[in-house]
Design a protein around this ligand. Structure first.
Ligand SMILES: NC(=O)c1ccc[n+]([C@@H]2O[C@H](COP(=O)([O-])OP(=O)(O)OC[C@H]3O[C@@H](n4cnc5c(N)ncnc54)[C@H](OP(=O)(O)O)[C@@H]3O)[C@@H](O)[C@H]2O)c1
Length: 245
């Protein structure tokens, strides 16, 4: 990492969410962060928070399932700010639920497009730019469903398992060429707006420290990024002390 390093985080929603927390953390550490999400107001809120704190950020509205949009995001990040693209996070996900017998094919496909195809597009554009330099870090966000399908996580678990396989293949293909690829399994609900504001009864029922901490997650992603290449983690799992697993 140098003073001029750049990061792209794809799948940024509310400021108090994992994508937002990662962007703010990377900016605090000195990276110029490209904040990429599909809702302009949410992207703008994260960019403003970073700039108000003295950091550097550029917002890009992108649907990560659209190939041309993802390519344009990376082209813009490469050209529009000083420095080298050194860190990319694929964080988009949609924990959409449903069972096989009453699921439309279009639903399954859409969940897969966000959970897996988008990861492929982002991972591909990242390594295409990092390989000539022989360095860079690509991190993928996983979930409990990355390892285990349940009756109603049909489409989501299939997509997340696919994303995990993609990360493994990329790590084995590009690690020897200097690119660190890692997958983070978040085993439990995250203490962000999605749960705390979206399903407050659930958040309350989980009690003190019952949801995975955003600060703890941001620390873990930063730790992965800063690992020396002679001691790389490929997969990390995080959960609260209360989680049975
Ligand atoms: N939330 C949890 O409790 C939890 C638990 C375990 C693992 N995870 C994983 O953690 C990651 C992020 O979690 P999160 O849902 O809590 O949200 P988050 O980090 O706050 O934001 C992720 C954002 O990705 C955006 N997104 C969805 N589809 C997209 C697309 N096609 N193109 C661009 N952006 C898109 C959504 O934006 P909009 O808000 O604008 O739609 C969403 O808010 C996901 O990979 C998820 O599977 C979450």
């Amino acid at each position: 990492m140098s003073d001029k390093s750049k990061a792209i985080v794809v799948g940024v929603g509310p400021r108090v969410g994992l994508g937002g927390a990662l962007c703010e953390r990377f900016a605090r550490e000195g990276l110029h962060v490209f904040v990429a999400g599909r809702t302009p107001e949410k992207v703008e809120a994260v960019v403003m928070a970073i700039r108000n704190g003295g950091g550097r950020a550029t917002g890009v509205v992108v649907d990560t399932t659209r190939e041309q949009g993802v390519i344009a995001l990376f082209d813009r990040a490469e050209k529009s700010a000083e420095g080298v693209l050194d860190l990319v996070v694929y964080n988009a996900g949609n924990a959409a639920l449903g069972q096989v017998h009453d699921m439309e094919a279009s639903f399954f496909e859409e969940v897969w497009r966000v959970g897996c195809l988008g990861g492929f597009l982002v991972g591909r554009e990242a390594v295409r730019r990092m390989l000539p330099r022989g360095r860079g870090t690509v991190l993928f966000t996983g979930a409990t469903a990355s390892l285990r399908g349940k009756p109603n996580t049909t489409a989501f678990a299939a997509a997340k398992a696919g994303l995990r396989s993609l990360a493994q293949s990329m790590a084995r293909a590009y690690g020897p060429q200097g690119i660190h690829v890692a997958h983070v399994i978040i085993d439990g609900g995250i203490a962000g707006d999605k749960i705390v504001k979206g399903i407050p009864q659930f958040a309350q029922a989980m009690g003190e420290d019952g949801l995975v901490s955003l600060t703890g997650l941001a620390d873990a992603y930063w730790y992965l990024y800063r690992q020396p290449r002679a001691a790389w983690t490929h997969e990390l799992d995080l959960r609260t002390f209360k989680e049975s697993f």
